[in-house]
Design a protein around this ligand. Structure first.
Ligand code: ADP
Length: 644
């Protein structure tokens, strides 16, 4: 580099988040300090991939230097370790943007989620992806020399920082294309100034890297290894996914995952297969152990890389998997797609549809295997990604039954929020004569479990699924049946228990309804616009009343969710069902003066019991107080069920 033509350095401040990340990383990842090499080699490899891809349409970018490689070296005197590549490099503006800021979406939220607990934060930072900044774990000064492929030598860039709040950047003359990163090691990092040590780290973490990683040859001299003339390749430098499965160790699979998944932790499971047929391709798909910080960001990166005949084409090829499987990481390598395939082409390609269907099937199969044979792992998966998988029942009609089979729900069978059951187990437990899979939806697990709608089910010993996740309403709106059994809300429609109903009981109920006809009419007239109808219930054993939605109306819970989301709710009025055997209802028959208050309270408490909120709570309180005073004034004491 000729200093004569170099521009004066310009000093800039890091983005606030970068400062925070640097500080945390240096302290919390110290015990894993050797990962810096994996991260830098991974970036170098990505840079080579990008250049190869750009060169498909512009071969001049390769200049006279088409053999892409990564070079790792060290210098004992200068106390430096260097990682260099002849990949795509960076322009001045790219260096500023890439090495001074964090462009990931959700960054701010991520930093807000850090706890200050080093151990926990180390995990989080690992998930966030530490990348280039991990250099500062071992170095107190980092120098980056780079030139973007296609730009003249005068457009080289020198970027430098001590990992404090600032960095400097200036233009320099640089003949070599690509990036060279020099780490000036901190005190105490001398062990890294050793060829054997560096080779060991590279083989452990970076063996699978597609490009050759070259190091100077060494020989043993005077009790230590020393560099000699020449270079050698220290990794396998072949596409891991293209090798036969039998020759790949578990460690190699895991290391490769950390590279493609930008993850710090081991994956939970993976599937590696060569698919033949109309489309020929290889898939190596991983399920991470933990949810990434941006799982809920619909614009977040999708983790599958597309290769065509070993040539990297693109990251985040979201067309390769449906969105509800966006947590999957890995590689798809097609033998048939054209090398110049673009995102736009992918969007419309029939071939891609076949690949996407194949990948979705592979992942669902992998999950089914876990659910059957590795229950603990499946539980961990469900914990991390269950809510995303639920989206699949709406999104992937072709695999709806498969996805439904993977879902887990709380149920009255276990009665705790943590123990969840698969639908298949529910079906296996169904009572003789039971025609449907019953569920209740509510805001919280407790509201679901204590819903008055469950009373008759408890009495008859029928299991009910307790759905309290926000997406559950949406899930059941798409999942109408499983294993040929319809899913039915306990809070909707006439609740036809069919074969579960006892004929004598049914008759008794009809008789009671006849007797109550008059009272039901009076309640309905009193409540007016608030109800669609008032009728006798067979759902309740202990409560005096409950609200149900008409067959095709939205349930109260869904109406609340829609309202909370700011959507207007179609004016569906609930049906009030009253329990003819309840003393309060009994008491109402003879009521005259305060009938309207009684009817209102009956309605309001039914609303409260299922987790709803009152339009006019103060009026409710006033009415209840009035009724309490009345009762105190000499009316016969009401005996409630269970207090008899
Ligand atoms: P990530 O790799 O997760 O995006 P990094 O902090 O490791 O995050 O790198 C930030 C960006 O800097 C990369 O996305 C890339 O654009 C650029 N970069 C890093 N190393 C290199 C390199 N060796 N050659 C070219 N660009 C690089």
């Amino acid at each position: 580099m000729s200093e004569a033509t170099a521009a004066a350095p310009e000093t800039r401040g890091f983005q606030a988040e970068v400062k925070q990340l640097l500080h945390l990383m240096i302290h919390s990842l110290y015990s894993n300090r050797e990962i810096f090499l994996r991260e830098l080699v991974s970036n170098a490899s990505d840079a080579c991939d990008k250049l190869r891809f750009e060169a498909l349409s512009d071969p001049k970018l390769l200049e006279e230097d088409a053999a892409l490689a990564i070079r790792v070296d060290y210098d004992r005197e200068a106390r430096t370790v260097t990682v260099a590549d002849n990949g795509v490099g960076m322009s001045h503006d790219e260096a500023v943007a890439n090495l001074g800021t964090i462009a990931k979406s959700g960054t701010r939220e991520f930093f807000a989620s850090l706890t200050g607990d080093q151990q926990k934060d180390a995990h989080l930072i690992g998930q966030f992806g530490v990348g280039f900044y991990s250099s500062f774990i071992v170095a107190d000064r980092v120098t980056v020399l780079t030139r973007r492929a296609g730009l003249p030598a005068a457009e080289g860039v020198c970027w430098e920082s001590d990992g404090g709040g600032e960095y400097s950047v200036r233009r320099v003359e640089r003949a070599a294309r690509g990036t060279e990163i020099t780490l000036h090691l901190r005190e105490g990092q001398e062990d890294l100034l050793d060829g054997t040590r560096l080779r060991t780290i590279l083989r452990r973490y970076s063996d699978h890297i597609l490009q050759p990683i070259r190091m100077p040859k060494e020989e043993w001299k005077d009790g230590a290894s020393a560099k000699t003339a020449g270079e050698e390749t220290v990794n396998q430098a072949s596409a891991l996914w293209a090798r036969p499965k039998s020759g790949i160790t578990e460690e190699e699979y895991k290391a490769f995952y950390k590279h493609v998944g930008h993850d710090f932790e081991d994956p939970l499971a993976w599937a590696h297969a060569k698919v033949e047929g109309r489309q020929e391709y290889t898939q190596l798909l991983y399920i991470p152990s933990r949810a990434p910080f941006d799982l809920w960001d619909r614009h977040a990166r999708h983790g599958v890389k597309l290769y065509v005949r070993r040539v990297f084409i693109m990251d985040d090829a979201e067309q390769l998997l449906p969105a509800y499987l966006r947590f999957v990481r890995g590689v798809v390598d097609s033998n048939d797609l054209p090398l110049n395939v673009s995102r736009e082409i992918l969007q419309e390609s029939k071939d891609i549809e076949a690949i996407r269907a194949g990948c979705a099937k592979r992942v669902l199969g992998l999950l089914e295997g876990l659910a059957q044979n590795e229950k603990e792992k499946y539980a961990a998966f469900w914990q991390a990604f269950g809510r995303v998988l639920k989206e699949g029942v709406g999104e992937d009609a072709a695999n709806r039954e498969k996805v439904a089979g993977l879902l887990r729900f709380a149920s009255t069978h276990a009665d705790t929020a943590e123990e969840t059951v698969p639908l298949a187990d529910y079906v296996a437990r169904m009572k003789e004569g039971q025609a449907a899979i019953y569920y209740v939806t509510a805001d919280t697990f407790n509201a679901a479990r204590n819903s008055p709608h469950l009373e008759v089910f408890r009495k008859k010993g029928i299991e009910v699924l307790l759905l309290s996740d926000r997406v559950d309403e949406w899930v059941v709106s798409h999942l109408h049946e499983f294993a040929g059994k319809p899913l039915e809300s306990v809070a909707r429609g006439g609740l036809d228990l069919g074969g579960l109903e006892d004929e004598a009981e049914k008759k008794a109920l009809e008789a009671e309804a006849g007797e109550l006809k008059d009272l039901l009419g009076r309640i309905k007239a009193s409540l007016g616009e608030r109800v669609k109808d008032v009728r006798v219930t067979h759902r309740l054993t202990e409560s005096p009343a409950c609200l149900v939605a008409d067959e095709h109306d939205v349930t109260a819970n869904l109406a609340r969710l829609l309202k909370a989301a700011g959507q207007s709710v179609p004016g569906a009025k609930p049906i009030l069902e009253v329990n003819p055997r309840h003393p309060v209802v009994e008491r109402l028959k003879g009521e005259q003066a305060r009938f309207d208050d009684w009817a209102s309270v009956l309605f309001d408490q039914a609303l409260l019991a299922e987790g709803g909120s009152l339009d006019d709570p103060a009026a409710f309180v006033r009415r209840v107080n009035g009724l309490m005073l009345d009762l105190g004034g000499g009316a016969s004491r009401i005996v409630l069920p269970g207090q008899g």
